[in-house]
Each structure stands twice: as C-alpha cells, then as structure tokens.
Design a protein around this ligand. Structure first.
Ligand code: FES
Ligand code: FES
Length: 158
C-alpha cells in the first residue's frame, strides 16, 4: 500500500491505496466522493467525467499513482467552489432547463460541458455546435437535446 497526495476539490489530501487502483475507486470507495459515477470503467461512457487541472478526464481509466502531488482534481462536488458560489452557472442552467431525468449521467455531463466551454474560451471563441458534437457522454435517458440547450445557456454566464 502506498500513500498518494494530490489536490481534490481545493484541498490537499493523502490517501493510502495500491498504485494501480484507478482514481475513480479511490474517489468513490476510499474518499466518499461519489459525484463521479461508475458506468463502464473503460473510458467509454464518460459517466465519471471530472477535471484534472481544469481539463476533462475519466478517473476510471487513470491509476492513482499517475496523479502528481500538484495535480488538481475537481469533481462535481468541487465545481461550485471554482466560481465561489453555491452552484456553478452550468449547474444553474441545468436546473433552469430541467435537464435531468434519472440523473445518473448528469454529473459527468456537466463536468464535460464546463471543460468544453473553457476549451472554446481558451481558443478565443464561443462554444459551437461542432464542439457539442464532440462531447461523447452517454445518456441512457436520452436527454441530449436539453443538454445541448443547457450548455449554450450556461456558457453565457461563465
Ligand atoms: S465509468 Fe469512466 S468512462 Fe465509463
Ligand atoms: S439522465 Fe438518465 S442516464 Fe442521463
């Protein structure tokens, strides 16, 4: 068993786990951070989407030993803290447009949306339909139309 230290939702944490345990299980089972959902465990469904240093990634596919001490992991629980509010603008848009059905995929959808909007902003432009087409998060309830509307609405307030 090894010690792993990194920043999680604004706090530095240390956790004991075997090097090859993937981060999703460290978050959910060892740290009790259950916003990132388990769907496939293979980097396909995107239900676990979170941020590493502000960019979207799939913690189900990343061994905990590959996370560096200065890496900042943000899950849906820490997203409001990145803007110093109770809810992130993207979460507010989600509520305004009543996006969720069962809700299982939704934390990953929101984290993917925020990362995609930031990526477009870094490139000096607004999010486009082509950007939205690149989001691969699966929703078994088929809320895709509302997700796209909410991303555009949330992006306006980011
Ligand atoms: S659980 Fe991580 S991509 Fe499916
Ligand atoms: S809201 Fe049910 S899987 Fe997306």
């Amino acid at each position: 068993m090894a010690s792993h230290t990194f920043k999680l939702n604004g706090e530095r944490i240390t956790v004991e786990a075997e090097d090859d345990v993937r981060l999703l299980w460290v978050l959910r089972d060892l740290l009790g951070v259950t916003g990132p959902k388990y769907g496939c465990g293979l980097g396909v469904c995107q239900a676990c989407t979170s941020h590493i240093n502000g960019k979207a990634f799939n913690p189900c596919s990343v061994p905990v030993a590959t996370i560096a001490q200065d890496d900042e992991i943000t899950t849906i629980e820490g997203l409001p803290g990145t803007v110093g509010k109770e809810l992130h603008p993207m979460q507010e848009a989600w509520l305004d447009l009543d996006v969720a059905q069962c809700g299982y995929c939704q934390p990953g959808q929101i984290m993917a949306a925020v990362a995609k909007v930031r990526q477009a902003a870094d490139a000096g432009r607004e999010i486009s339909d082509a950007d939205l087409d690149e989001i691969r998060n699966i929703c078994r309830c088929g809320t895709y139309t509302r997700i796209r509307e909410a991303i555009k609405a949330g992006a306006k307030n980011m």
